[in-house]
Ligand binder design. Sequence first.
Ligand SMILES: Cc1ncc(COP(=O)(O)O)c(C=O)c1O
Length: 363
Amino acid sequence: MNSITQQFPVLTNYTYLNTASSGLLPTSVKNWRAQHDQEFSSHASIFRESHKDHIEQIRQTVAQFCGANKYDVALIQNWSLGFNALLGGFETRRKVLLLKGDYPSINWPVENRDFECFYVEIDDTLEENILTALDNHKPDVFAFSLTQYISGITLDLEFLKTIKTLYPNMLLIADGTQYIGTRPFDFNKSPLDIVGVSAYKWLMGGYGAGFMIIKDSAKAQLFPRIIGFNSTSYLFSNREEAPFNQLLEPGHHDTLNFGTLMRSIKLLQNEGLPSIAHKIKQLRSHAVEQLLALEMINPQVENREVKSSIMSIEGSEGLFSYLSDNKIICSERGKGLRISFHYYNSIQDIDTLVEAIKKFKGY
Ligand SMILES: Cc1ncc(COP(=O)(O)O)c(C=O)c1O
């Protein structure tokens, strides 16, 4: 075993091209989790005595990782819960721009409320479509995934800066689940008002952990009703004094899940986000070259300036089962198969995929 397979034993069992579905749990983090539960089992409330400091350490780590202020970070169980909680904070009917076919937990919570929704088609002219819709509808909010969960199409933060300059009062709410952890990201320098994630994919944070980061620009427009014990900093202090981020954290925190997130983030920090982005870029270029030759991907995906770690390949009948039988793990999404690469993947993984496709096609 080399150091990568020691940290990620899944890679010895499979060709794992499925981080867009579930990231890997590093061995060192798994060991910490076992120790955490051992201590909880042995010491119960005595073990919990230091949990508030632990949670603040986690909040600080998330803030530092994302270039945000600690008091803007809310620790949440997943994107869906965090986004629903935030939307509940709009006191009046809002006009919301959405991307057609975006992840359901972005569009459904908006559609399920009394908001006026407008949609933009995700196609080769996505940015033009957005500009036209903004001009036509002047929405109060634009909510979207930074990276699309099926196609991997990614919005450029420079483009988002341009639209924020044109429409400074419009809130930009981004789902960064398929984006954060794949490249450097600086929330305070970004045009986004809110970003949120579920952390079990690119952040290797396991299930039940995520975060929302909210700028003052958004706090001024939102009055969340969600609140509970632990929303205030001190035992039984006035609920009117609850800080905005902690409104989204009612009840007792789970140090296992959020502690997992912090330890995985620290591993990513040690690896370095520029280096992770570089690795993903190399893997992607290699995959594109090979898959274009096999006519398995749409050549237009390469026309976009900002590329992601996710791509969709043509899913001819039986291919998914064939790959699964050969322990090549990807996802059936939309009309095709979704493959995705993280820094723990290798060129060999792509070559294994390509060889399997060739065999399947009888080349
Ligand atoms: C864009 C995007 N956002 C969020 C999520 C996960 O959100 P949740 O854990 O709330 O279902 C996914 C999962 O596939 C996703 O692709």
